[in-house]
Ligand binder design. Structure first.
Ligand SMILES: [Zn+2]
Length: 329
């Protein structure tokens, strides 16, 4: 057995696996598209294949890994090793034993965590938020996820804490993917922004967004498409991102008024892609809503980039191992 661990970031479009050493250095990685048919068993097979490929790149047998961590969307029960309601994955509504399925396929013990929680924990321990004790992570992508770390510890509430995307920024506002109205995600989520853009185009608004999308062979407005449109100063893209930033400012500032943590880390597909200049814009949008503006929190773009989620997943494998060895930890 080695002291190498695998971390897997399970996303709606891709599965990213890394192999890390005891200093959290990535020594091998692989990325594969997430299967869009076949349900949880097909996804589990593909995760196993991605871990094997990353292991090969690192020159290690998968069976020799100390542990494997997986960051998954949906409702993750780390103790039971199950995932349910992973709605952006195919046919994944029910409870599936992802942990035991992967352990059987690959050998080492498997530990599961929520995808946003593990990515934020990675930024806290290894990335942009290393110098703070308490932070909020805001994961700005298709939806708007979040995680809270208080005095060095992930705050899970009764299991679902951190859903900053579903804080209300406007009473009776836009319809959210969760079915409710006025949520932050209904203004800032990439999915909601695309729906809104399509509606405006149907009413005659002009934009290059969909041209750029088609040129890139995409069927959705990806983070890269938004970035390109912003570079071209496309009027609609600028307006919709501005609307998203205003909503993020209100939602995040409200969370700060409640918790007064030292820093905010903005990651996710759009957050990572748009970087620090846009994190600074979010900070400016927060300012008018802050109860103690002279003590505004630091706002950082995520520092670990694309691999942050997978590196964070490898961290949960380490944490769980430590807990096993010493139950007092
Ligand atoms: Zn909502």
């Amino acid at each position: 057995m080695t002291n190498l661990r695998a971390g897997v970031d399970l996303g709606g479009t891709k599965i990213q696996a890394v192999i890390v050493d005891s200093d959290h250095r990535v020594i091998g990685q692989a990325r594969r598209p997430t299967p869009v048919a076949g349900g949880p068993p097909a996804v589990a097979d593909e995760i196993a294949a991605t871990v094997r490929e990353a292991s090969e790149a690192a020159g290690v047998e998968p069976g020799a890994l100390a542990a494997i961590g997986v960051g998954s969307p949906g409702y993750v029960d780390g103790r039971e090793g199950t995932v349910a309601h992973a709605r952006n994955l195919s046919d994944w509504e029910g409870v599936f034993p992802l942990g035991s399925t992967l352990a059987k396929a690959l050998g080492p013990p498997v530990f599961l965590g929520n995808d946003v929680n593990v990515a934020v924990e990675a930024e806290f321990r290894l990335g942009a938020a290393q110098s703070y004790a308490s932070i909020i992570g805001v994961w700005w992508g298709t939806g708007v996820g979040g995680a809270i770390i208080l005095d060095g510890k992930l705050w899970l509430g009764r299991g679902a804490a951190g859903e900053i995307g579903h804080t209300v920024v406007r009473l009776n506002g836009a319809r959210c993917s969760c079915g409710r109205r006025g949520c932050l995600e209904a203004y800032a989520g990439r999915g909601a922004m695309e729906t809104h853009a399509r509606r405006l185009v149907a009413r005659g608004r002009e934009t290059e967004l969909f041209e750029i999308m088609e040129k890139r062979g995409r069927t959705r407005l990806s983070s890269g498409v938004w970035e390109r449109a912003l570079d071209r100063e496309d009027e609609l893209a600028v307006a919709l991102i501005g609307r998203a930033i205003a909503a993020l400012g209100a939602g995040i500032a409200s969370a700060i008024n409640l918790l007064e943590v030292e820093a905010v880390v903005i990651g996710g597909g759009l957050g990572t892609r748009l970087g620090q200049a846009w994190a600074d814009r979010v900070a400016r949008a927060m300012n008018p809503h802050l109860f103690v503006p002279e003590r505004a929190p630091a706002v950082h773009a995520a520092g670990l980039g694309d691999l942050g989620g997978a590196i964070g997943a490898a961290l949960i494998a380490e944490g769980e191992m430590a807990r096993r060895v010493d139950p007092g930890v």
